[in-house]
Write a protein that binds this ligand. Structure first.
Ligand code: NAD
Length: 326
């Protein structure tokens, strides 16, 4: 049956893809964001441009009893945005305000189901020092010690959602996303994440040249393709499990391996120049035991397959930008 759905952050990377997916299912969707999606038109039936830090705007958009609300809006970016420290006050103030306002607006309208996108950045730094054996099982979150203010805000907001569940009976669903990537994500400008940044560097560099990688490139991560993220998000929202639960890939690679895979896809041989830069934790990988147990599902697409699709899209963006500059 068709549902009435509200997506906050619908102009962003994951939000704009989620709206497309929910529309394909035949639902009525309202999106809200500070901006329209950057790379293609929105698929939403109704799109409100507005600031979710404004309580009035949140009440205005949550004007009916939506069947599902997806709260994806946040002030966020990759390591170059989150780990330099220069954006910490904005990150904490803006994202916490959005979550406080959205939950209160949903409570006032008696909206019963809200999904919240937390992040693997809330896991304690002390469990992520060994690049080969990072620990990110859901029950390892406490004692809390995230390595960024972005992670602390996510942890605060997870608790806020759980408090609204406990005191106001709202069915909340909380996912901890691990590095989501794919086409139509930020690929330049300072907020891009490593897969997009490396795809851009490889696409911009002539065969035989060199690209820069922050740190020694031996730090490990896993990356999840956008379609898998959406599948997990929708499955969780429609399940009877609250979470928090990891939505991520268990295919852990070093950043050097990530760069090499992209070079292989591009058919280029480039050397890697390691330079100082903001890094984050030494190792991180999703732990999918809980999602498998609770939802009977885990992501299965290989990193390489997702990178092939993403590289093709970023290469097109690079070429279009070059042409426009001529
Ligand atoms: P994104 O930056 O592309 O999307 C976030 C959107 O929120 C943006 O379009 C932005 O304009 C909007 N927004 C910010 N402040 C707003 C405000 N005051 N009012 C209205 N809209 C506002 O990020 P994304 O990658 O799509 O991430 C979506 C969510 O998932 C975020 O909460 C993020 O923290 C979380 N997450 C993402 C990843 C990832 O790898 N992409 C990993 C972990 C968690």
């Amino acid at each position: 049956m068709s549902k009435k759905i509200l997506v906050a952050g619908a102009g962003g990377f994951i939000g704009s893809h989620l709206v497309k997916r929910l529309k394909k299912e035949g639902n009525w969707v309202r999106g809200v964001d500070l901006k329209y999606p950057e790379f293609s038109g929105t698929a939403a039936d109704d799109f409100v441009i507005g600031d979710l830090r404004d309580t009035g705007l949140c009440r205005h958009i949550a004007d009916t009893r939506f069947d599902e609300v997806y709260q994806l809006a946040a002030d966020m970016g990759g390591a170059g945005f989150v780990f330099t420290g220069t954006n910490d006050a904005d990150i904490m103030h803006n994202s916490a305000s959005i979550n406080l306002n959205m939950l209160e607006a949903c409570r006032r309208k008696n909206i019963k189901k809200i999904f919240y996108s937390s992040s693997a950045c809330m896991y304690p730094e002390y469990n992520q020092m060994d690049p080969d054996n990072p620990k990110c099982s859901e029950d390892s979150a406490y004692p809390a010690a995230p390595d960024s203010e972005y992670g602390w805000e996510k942890l605060f907001s997870e608790r806020l959602y759980l408090a609204y569940r406990k005191n106001h009976g709202i069915e909340v669903r909380i996912a901890r996303y691990h590095n989501i990537f794919g086409p139509e994500g930020t690929w330049c400008g300072g907020r891009e994440k490593s897969p997009a940044a490396l795809c851009r560097k490889v696409a911009e560099t002539e065969d035989g040249g060199s690209i820069e990688v922050w740190g020694d490139g031996k730090q490990t991560r896993s990356f999840l393709y956008i379609d898998e993220c959406l599948e997990g998000t929708i499955r969780l929202t429609r399940s009877d499990f609250t979470g928090p639960v990891n939505i991520g890939s268990e295919e852990m690679v070093t950043i050097n391996q990530l760069a090499e895979t992209i070079m292989e896809i591009a058919g280029k041989k480039l050397s890697i120049k390691h330079i100082p830069g903001p890094l984050g934790v030494r190792g991180r990988n999703s732990d999918n035991k809980l999602i498998k147990e609770k939802l009977g599902w885990t992501p299965s697409m290989s990193l390489k397959k997702g990178l092939e699709i993403t590289y093709k899209w970023i290469k097109e963006q690079v070429e279009q930008t070059k042409k426009a500059k001529k």
